[in-house]
Design a protein around this ligand. Structure first.
Ligand code: BGC
Length: 354
């Protein structure tokens, strides 16, 4: 059934999405179209090949993203399943570069790339562009200089993703909204926090780290950083780091900021093992809205998270790829809004992703 609204998807929904950022993932499902209008388009995509490079399969958020991407490319846009090839970069840029070269040799029609290192985007872009293949970057944003040249040099290259500054700010706001009195257990007049960062190469990581704290300060609340370490987006690494921080700083740790939910789940393990209780003597925030984290927010074991809408991002990336194949003019940067998640709306976000 879903394949039947294809033609309008490009005529209407993508235009809306281009104009308003990622928007609402239900946009296309409300659109109706006739079978006659659709069959040529569906046929066109059935013969096309898409290569998808994921920086690392062993990443909870990117697993949700790629699963949705595959589903939407096949079930909604109409690519044949065997023509959508998704590969694991194993967190190694050399491995990913080889995969990209192989996709070019195989003659894929369009590439969707979640780079291992966004700083290697210029090399990726040059290779793919020289082969005349449209390219859609996802999740890890290349630099502004790199994005600027896509337009200047009229390259068929776009980026689909969210702005890490927004997710950081929303994390900080959730803590500021609690008020200093509720958070300041040691009564030193400040929010004493530890920060567990994602991959330092990733702009999201830097922005979430910086903007979460900035939001607290903007609310007029003083902060005190006790500990700041890189957990590489990883649950086990974060658990070890938070354990160390809690052993070192004890009850002075009032808030644990994690750049993503996987690390927040690791932090929660350490917090529980140290006999601390979220909401009672410590607060914990993450980003992504992984189902386990949303469940934690509902149960009160995680103070809050920020929904990183993988569904809308996956759909938009696929739509952009399809638009390039149709020869359309496509925006170079397509943003998407994050959503603050607390106990009040965690259930509705959970319902929307399940
Ligand atoms: C997500 C992380 C994920 C990373 C991968 C971020 O947007 O929040 O969970 O590990 O993307 O690049």
């Amino acid at each position: 059934m879903k394949k039947k609204f294809l033609s309008i998807l490009f005529a209407v929904a993508m235009t809306a999405s281009m104009l308003s950022g990622c928007g609402n993932s239900n946009t296309t499902s409300k659109v109706e179209a006739t079978t006659e209008a659709l069959s040529p388009t569906a046929k066109a995509f059935a013969g096309k090949k898409v290569g998808v490079c994921i920086y690392q399969f062993d990443d909870n958020f990117m697993t949700l993203f790629r699963t949705e991407l595959m589903h939407y490319l096949v079930d909604d846009i109409g690519f044949r399943e065997e023509n959508v090839i998704i590969v694991d970069g194993a967190n190694d840029q050399k491995v990913q570069m080889n995969q990209i070269e192989n996709f070019i040799l195989d003659g894929v029609d369009v590439l969707i790339v979640n780079p291992v290192n966004s700083s290697d985007a210029p090399e990726i872009t040059d290779k793919v562009n020289a082969a005349g293949i449209p390219l859609v970057y996802i999740n890890r944003e290349p630099s502004k200089a790199e994005e600027d040249r896509w337009a200047t040099d009229n390259m068929k290259v776009s980026y689909v993703g969210c702005d890490g500054r927004q997710s950081g700010s929303l994390q900080g706001e959730m803590i500021a909204d609690l008020g200093l009195d509720a958070v300041d257990f040691n009564k030193n007049g400040k929010v004493d926090y530890i920060m567990i960062e994602g991959d330092p190469e990733n702009i999201d990581s830097k922005n979430r780290t910086q903007y979460s704290i900035k939001a607290i300060e903007t609310a007029g609340i003083k902060v005190n950083q006790l500990y700041d370490k890189v957990g590489n987006w990883d649950q086990a690494e974060a658990k070890t780091l938070v354990e160390k921080a809690l052993k070192k700083h004890g009850k002075n740790v009032e808030v644990v900021f994690c750049n993503n939910d996987s690390m927040a789940l690791g932090a929660l393990e350490a917090i529980t093992e140290q006999k601390r209780v979220v909401g009672e003597d410590i607060f914990l925030v993450g980003v992504d809205g992984l189902p386990e984290a949303l469940q934690g927010v509902l149960e009160g074991t995680i103070t809050g998270t920020v929904f990183n809408d993988h569904i809308t991002q996956a759909h938009t990336a696929a739509d952009v790829a399809a638009q390039y194949l149709q020869g359309a003019e496509v925006e170079r940067y397509i943003g998407c809004d994050y959503v603050k998640v607390t106990k009040e709306n965690a259930q509705s976000v959970l319902d929307s992703v399940q």
